[in-house]
Ligand binder design. Sequence first.
Ligand SMILES: Nc1ncnc2c1ncn2[C@@H]1O[C@H](COP(=O)(O)OP(=O)(O)O)[C@@H](O)[C@H]1O
Ligand SMILES: Nc1ccn([C@@H]2O[C@H](COP(=O)(O)OP(=O)(O)O)[C@@H](O)[C@H]2O)c(=O)n1
Length: 220
Amino acid sequence: MVIAVDGPAASGKGTLSRRLCTYYGLSYLDTGILYRGVGWILLSQNLDPRHEEDAARVARAFSLDQIDGADIRTPDVSRASSIVAAQPEVRAALLEFQRDFAAHPPKGSNGVVLDGRDIGTVVCPDALVKLYISASPEERAKRRWLELEKRDNAMGLDAVLEDIRRRDARDSGRATAPMRPATDAHFIDTTTLDADAVFARACRHIDQALGVSGAVPASN
Ligand SMILES: Nc1ncnc2c1ncn2[C@@H]1O[C@H](COP(=O)(O)OP(=O)(O)O)[C@@H](O)[C@H]1O
Ligand SMILES: Nc1ccn([C@@H]2O[C@H](COP(=O)(O)OP(=O)(O)O)[C@@H](O)[C@H]2O)c(=O)n1
C-alpha cells in the first residue's frame, strides 16, 4: 500500500510518517530530502539556487550518496530547497526516483509512506490513503524553533516564523505541483494535537481505508 502524507513545513509529517512505518511495516521516503539535497549541493558549490540551469543540472545528476553526512536541515538549505522546488525541471528530474520508490517498496515491507508537498496530487495520485497534516504557522514556527535551538541555531522565533510564512507562500504559490491537499485527502489540523493524538487519528483513517477495525493505538 502507498500512504501519501503532505503538508507545510514543521507540521509533523515526518514524525507521523515514521510512526506509521513502524506500526504498519512500511518503508519511508522523506521527499523533502531530495529538494534539500539539491539546495545543499548548490550552496556548497557557491551556486545560486535561483539559477535554473545550474539547479536542473544538479537535480538530474542527484543521488542520495552525494549528501551523505551533509547538514541539510539548516535555515539556508530550507530556503534554497523551496527555491529550487519551484522550478519545473528540478521537479521533473526528481519525480522518477519518488515514483520508483513507491512502485517498488524495499523487500520485506508492506508498502511505503512518502511525505512531501505534492505526493497525493502528483507523485502518487492513486495512493490508498492521503493525509494532509497542518498546523497554524505560529505553532509550526515554535516546533521548528525548538528543533533549531537543540542544534545550537541562534535564530529567533520571529525569524523562524517569517521563514515559514515565506516558504509556505512559495510552496503553495508556484505553478508546478503547488502544495495543496488532494481533493480526496484526509485533513488533520495538529495545532492543538500532540504527536500521539495525530498518530491515533491517522491510524483510524487508515484502518477504515483498509477495512479493518483495529484498536486505535494510544502510542507507538
Ligand atoms: N503533534 C505535534 N505536536 C508538537 N510537536 C510536534 C508534533 N508533531 C511533530 N512535532 C515536532 O515538531 C517538529 C517538526 O516535526 P516534523 O515531523 O519534522 O515535521 P515536518 O516533517 O512536517 O517538517 C519536530 O521537532 C517534532 O518532534
Ligand atoms: N514533495 C516535496 C517535498 C519537498 N518540497 C520542497 O522542499 C522543501 C523542503 O521540504 P521538507 O519537507 O524537508 O521541509 P520541512 O517540512 O521539513 O520543513 C519544501 O519547502 C518544498 O519547497 C517540495 O516541493 N515537494
